[in-house]
Design a binder for this molecule. Structure first.
Ligand code: UGA
Length: 443
């Protein structure tokens, strides 16, 4: 199988490199020639653990080629659509990139004799493959799907920060199509790719496959908002601790422990966009997605709980130096999209605080985004030096290792607000740190 991947963002590049790792020749196509050059020189345009070393290997073996010229797709057997579907002003998805890629692929199918399969990995609302992508492909190719080429929905479930692992060990494969032959072909291809590690394959319609992705992400976000709601209850209860409650309910096999980590809320390039999109889609077909809407509301309020805890400890924020450990939306990424650090910073600044931040990976992006609005530290210790309060915003491993003594010796006042529950409250309190945390009631 020769593979084309259209769109070299986090999903596309990981997909391309993972196929090369399995021995398939891949051509990665992106309209951004600067990005194409960068990847060709062995550099990833974003931080993703182990991606860069795997990229270099893919380039060294000659299996990965990158280009801005979509006509190379004529040589491929499979083409993946992995472009972004950003939010449009009404919360729905903007299909500009999807339409452009469908049109580019369609043109390469014109005059082609062999059957090609087009797989949609981009997150799109139900009906997009059938009503948007298919007509464009058929018009440009002057051919019919199923007869002359195949079109399948094939949503991805890669997590930023774990994307290489997820690409290698998917926990399910979802394929949607109206053609049984295409469903079987894609299933056979994935059996070849994953061999003994092939997970359960669900073969269904385009629309079910498209909806599975949204249902999946909104359920996970709902789980997080749910535990954050419980955390808010715990905080008002003497001796309350959401960590104990999460553990208690997570042991129920029907609930399960993952995505029950209470904190300052979810962010990133997926959950916020996808929940808005499924809500807007629901409205467009006359269905109110009430739980999704409540999930968003809980999340919108959650980052400010950190500011409340800071104010509870130090009162008026004017002129106070507040250290933020972590800026990325989650650990192991440099991604600041919809990161909770942003509303926290905006509110602290509005209330007159001086903000200093540190993040192990997101500093370059933070400097571009925030410019001189905050100060940037060079290390966690540099960040908390002389601070009146420190807030843990992202649960990076290196922050977990900081001992209470470091806070006691470095800060102006040893006040810590643990927004991600990475520290042991009793150890910190016993050491003399003035400690408060999300989901932790008065002791
Ligand atoms: C999410 C999904 O997990 C992937 O399966 C999916 O492929 C991806 O979106 C996508 O649609 O492309 P990702 O955005 O990388 O992946 O991040 P997650 O690990 O799901 O975390 C999302 C947010 O929830 C983060 O801000 C994280 O800090 C927060 N979270 C997660 C919690 O606050 N508590 C938890 O227990 C878990």
């Amino acid at each position: 199988m020769r593979i084309s991947v259209f769109g070299l963002g986090p999903v596309g590049l990981v997909t391309a490199v993972s196929f090369c790792k399995k021995g398939y020749p891949v051509v990665g196509i992106d309209t951004d020639s600067h990005r194409v050059e960068m990847i060709r020189s062995g550099k990833t345009p974003f931080f993703e653990p182990s991606l860069e070393s795997n990229l270099r290997e893919a380039l060294d073996t000659g299996l990965l080629k990158t280009t801005s010229d979509s006509s190379v797709n004529t040589e491929s057997d499979l083409s993946y659509i992995t472009v972004g579907t950003p939010s449009s002003p009404d919360g729905g998805i903007d299909l500009t990139y999807i339409r452009a890629v469908a049109s580019a692929i369609g043109k390469t199918l014109l005059g082609r004799k062999e059957y090609q399969l087009v797989l949609v990995k981009s997150t799109v609302t139900p009906g997009t493959a059938r009503n948007v992508i298919k007509p464009i492909l058929e018009k440009e190719a002057r051919k019919l799907t199923s007869q002359d080429f195949g079109l399948c929905s094939n949503p991805e479930f890669l997590r930023e920060g774990n994307a290489m692992y997820d690409a290698e060990f998917p926990d399910r494969i979802i394929i949607g199509s109206e053609s049984q032959r295409d469903l079987d072909k894609v299933e056979a291809f994935y059996s070849e790719v994953y061999g003994a590690n092939t997970p359960t394959v669900i073969k269904t319609t385009y629309e079910n496959a498209e909806l599975i992705k949204y249902a999946n992400n909104s359920f996970l976000a709902m789980k997080v908002s749910y535990i954050n709601m419980i955390a808010n209850l715990c905080q008002k209860i003497k001796g309350g601790d959401v960590e104990h409650v999460a553990k208690g309910i997570g042991l129920d096999k029907r609930i399960a422990p993952l995505f029950l980590r209470a904190g300052l809320g979810w962010g990133g390039s997926c959950f916020p966009k996808d929940l808005k999109a499924i809500s807007a889609y629901g409205i467009s077909i006359g269905v109110r997605t009430t739980l999704v809407d409540a999930t968003i509301t809980v999340n919108d309020n959650q980052p400010l709980k950190a500011v409340k805890l800071v104010e509870k400890q130090i009162g008026d924020l004017k002129g106070k130096r507040i250290a933020l450990l972590g800026l990325a939306f989650k650990p192991d990424t440099d991604d600041l999209r919809e990161a909770v650090s942003i509303p926290i910073i905006v509110t602290l600044l509005e209330r007159g605080a001086q903000v200093v931040g540190y993040d192990p990976a997101a500093m370059p992006n933070a400097k571009i985004l925030l410019q001189d609005k905050i100060q940037f530290a060079t290390s966690p210790v540099d960040c908390i030096r002389d601070a009146d309060c420190c807030v843990i915003v992202t649960e990076w491993e290196e922050f977990k290792k900081i001992s209470p003594t470091v806070f006691l010796e470095t800060m102006r006042r040893p006040i810590v607000v643990d927004g991600r529950r990475i520290y042991d409250p009793s150890a910190f309190r016993q050491a003399g740190v003035i400690f408060s945390a999300i989901g932790l009631g008065e002791s």
